[in-house]
Structure formats: C-alpha cells, structure tokens
Design a protein around this ligand. Structure first.
Ligand SMILES: Cc1ncc(COP(=O)(O)O)c(C=O)c1O
Length: 443
C-alpha cells in the first residue's frame, strides 16, 4: 500500500497516559514471557559464573542468561560491564575528570563532528531526557515545531515538546512508512518552523528515516529551522555524519547500539543550536535539563578541569568510556557495514519464513533491528515464551495500531560486531523453531 501521510495538530497516540501505560505493559508482557520458566532469569552476579556448554548461552564471564535481542538494552561486552566495578572516586578528582573529558571527545568522533562549536552533553538519565533537553532549551512557548512521525517514539517526542509549550504539527506517515520529502517541503513552506524533529529509527516500527536529503531540503527551504534527530535507536548502528549533513542536534542514550548500560542521556548540538539556546527570550522551564546549567560543566570536563552542577555517575561514565574506546578502535564504516550485513541476513531469513516487515520499503528499514509481522495464526504471547526457552529474548509490539501483530528483533552492538558470538544465528534458528512449534508452516 502506498504510504499515506496526514498532518495532525495536538493529540497523538502517545499523548494519553492510560493508553501509553497499556501499550507499555503489553510490550513488557511480550518481552518477559509470563511463563518465567527459566531459573536463569533470577541469576544474580553474585551467583556462580559458570560458562555454559549449552548452545543457548555463549556468554563469557557473565552469569548464564538468555541472549537479549530486543531493540535495546542490548547485550554487553564483558569489559564494558567490568569497567563499572571501578572503585569509588571523586567526581571532581583528576582521574575521573580525565575519563569524562576523554569520553566527551570520543563522542565527537562517534558523531563525526570536528566543528569546534559542536557541543556534546552526557547527563544522567535515559533517552527520554534528550527530548526534555531539546524541548526545554531550543524551543520557546508558542514556537512552531514540525514532528516527522514514523511511530510511537516520534509521537512521544511530540508530547514532550508540547509539555514545554511548543506548538506542534505532526506529519504522520501510515504505519511502516515515513513522511516523504515533497510533503515535508510543503509543510515547511506553509509555516515558519523553529524546529523539525525526525526519529532516525523509530523503535516501534523499525522505520529508518533518511537524514542527509532531509537536511539538504530543510536548509534550502527554511535555513533558520533547526533539524533535531532522535538517534536513540540509531547512533552507533547507522551512519550519522553530524557536520557533513549539517544536523543541529542528535539525542541518544547509552543502552542501545553504543552498548553501555542504561542511564545516560547522550547528545550533540551544533553551534547554531547552541546560538538558538543563547538567543532565548525566556529562561528554560527546567532546572536539571537546562543547557545553561550543563554547558560550562561539559566544556570544563572536556578541558580536564573539575566542575560541578549535579553529580554524574562515575561508574556509568567508565562504562561509556570503555564502550566508545571499543567502537572507535576500528573505522566506523566497518561497524556500519557489519550492522548492514547482519541486518540483511535477518531480513532474508524473515522473508524466507514468509513473514513481512513492518517497514515495508527496503530503503526505509533499520539496520539494527527488524520489526516483523507474525502469521495470523501465531500470537506473540505464544511465540515469545518459546524463543525464551531457546535462550533468546525478542520484544513484543509497541505501536498501538498493530501492537499484538508483530515482534521486534534487535541486532546491534556486540551481537553483530563480536565474531565470537553467534547471537543472530541462534535467534534465527529459535525463530524458525518457535514458529513451527506454534503450528506455522510457510504457505
Ligand atoms: C527512538 C527512541 N527514542 C526515545 C526513546 C526513549 O528512551 P528511554 O527509554 O531510554 O528513555 C526510545 C526508547 O526505546 C527510543 O527507542
């Protein structure tokens, strides 16, 4: 079916707290099968760390556990986890300040920015905090924002913008597609927008948005408009060239393709975005998420000078430092090629099984995850526990229009970059067997 896009004011699927809760609880039921049969779930790090000979578990020094192949959080490398066991140190002591400073400098490399006025931020919080940072600092109440929606997370970003008083228009594509350039251009010509937001990969649909051409068009039609990217499900699995593509902001989180435990909001803003913040007429309606409070702190850390606004998490910063060091040890192009290679493998297997992807156009399919429709005869609540018994965890659906009809497979980070792991093959086999155990035969 050709894509359909509609422009909406105000309400969105994520805006009703009750519906949000029910979607999330559906998602959790899917991701954590209620059977809860495996006693591995309750294994704690203090319990024995035996390396299993079972094909279901190929972890190294980590306790046996099913392989987490949801679209974030993802599996961790041992060294990343171990760096969290760092002894306690002062958050303003020279050792930690150096680690934080190097972490911020490494982020510039991950985002492919060398512009001296680009500003990285690493703040304790989850990916959602990135939305608050954008909404509270870069838009003033009453200013217009155009949200390009490819699913649940795009809509939730719109909700966050509204909380801070933005006047939001949502250009919403039909499920599985994305708004097209001509209609975005038309919207930009019809009204002056302070900002356009785009979700690079909407984790609810696995739809990948095209950033480079979008940015070129936004710059030519409305050069003052800021282009802000939600890269929570794309940074470190999809190529993002912050400078070359003239992006104004990318917000992400630690727990997806970066491969660090959850708990850090990570973002990069352009000099133009920082100027827009400095030109505000009203102060931002936030304290913790205020760029006013954090900018100097980040600049000081990067210059290896102690500084304090609110206590960072040294252990998480150590983990992020290790994860970024590993990522940057090889050319980024190799990393993105690996994600594409494994994504192709998963998508081929899904097609061979006779299943369709939620993201219908191959050009719009993410490389770090696959959202697939289930056969009519198979329920996610039947399939997911079977996968779990095979040592694999997938996520249930989260997009309210199709929630019960699909599942999501995350293939990011060490699961695709570590040649010692066979997570993806294991998951493909588990999927084949699980579908067959549910009585499904390809027609
Ligand atoms: C695309 C996208 N944006 C934002 C978020 C929110 O991030 P968090 O759950 O870390 O707050 C998520 C979470 O999965 C996401 O996938």
């Amino acid at each position: 079916m050709p894509h359909q896009t509609s422009i909406l004011r105000a309400s969105s699927s994520a805006s009703n707290p009750a519906s949000r809760l029910s979607i999330i609880s559906g998602h959790l039921t899917g991701a954590q099968p209620s059977s809860n049969t495996s006693n591995n779930l309750s294994t704690s790090p203090t319990q024995s760390r035996n390396i299993s000979s079972s094909p279901s578990f190929n972890m190294s020094s980590q306790p046996e556990h099913p392989t987490l192949l949801i679209p974030g959080p993802i599996e961790f490398d041992d060294a990343v986890l171990q760096s969290m066991s760092h002894y306690s140190e002062s958050h303003v002591g020279p050792g930690f300040v150096a680690t934080f400073g190097e972490t911020l400098s490494m982020l510039r490399k991950l985002f492919q920015t060398t512009a001296s006025d680009s500003q990285p931020f690493v703040i304790s919080g989850s990916g959602t905090l990135g939305w608050d940072i954008v909404a509270a600092n870069l838009v003033e109440p009453g200013e217009n924002v155009l949200v390009l929606s490819t699913g649940y997370f795009s809509d939730a970003f719109a909700d966050c913008l509204k909380v801070y008083g933005a006047s939001v228009d949502t250009l919403k594509a039909s499920v599985g597609s994305r708004p097209q350039l001509p209609e975005i251009e038309k919207a930009l010509k019809s009204k002056k927008y302070k900002m356009v937001t785009v979700t690079h990969v909407d984790t609810s649909t696995g739809v990948l948005s095209e950033l480079q051409k979008l940015s070129e068009m936004v710059k030519s039609v409305s050069p003052d408009t800021l282009l802000i990217v939600d890269g929570v499900c794309s940074v470190a699995s999809e190529n993002i060239e912050f400078d070359a593509w003239e992006l104004d902001g990318v917000v992400t989180a630690s727990q997806k393709a970066i491969g660090c435990p959850a708990g850090l909001s990570i973002s990069m803003f352009s000099g133009k975005a920082m100027d827009a913040f400095r030109a505000r007429k009203s102060p931002p309606a936030t304290y913790f998420a205020s760029m006013k409070n954090w900018t100097a702190i980040m600049q000081n850390y990067e210059a290896k000078k102690p500084s304090y606004f609110a206590t960072p998490s040294p252990q998480l910063i150590h983990a992020l430092h290790t994860a970024l060091s590993q990522i940057l040890a090889k050319p980024l192009s190799e990393r993105f090629a690996k994600h594409r290679e494994f994504s192709d493998k998963v998508k081929k297997a899904v097609t061979e099984l006779g299943l369709k992807q939620v993201a219908s156009n191959p050009d719009d399919q993410a490389h770090g995850m696959t959202a697939m429709y289930l056969p009519d005869s198979v329920k996610a609540t039947d399939l997911l526990p079977k996968l779990f018994k095979s040592g694999v965890i997938f996520a249930g659906g989260i997009h309210r229009e199709i929630a019960a009809k699909y599942v999501r497979f995350g293939h990011m980070g060490v699961s695709v970059t570590d040649p010692a792991r066979s997570d993806v093959d294991k998951a493909i086999n588990a999927l084949k067997n699980g579908l067959s155990d549910c009585g499904y035969q390809k027609a």
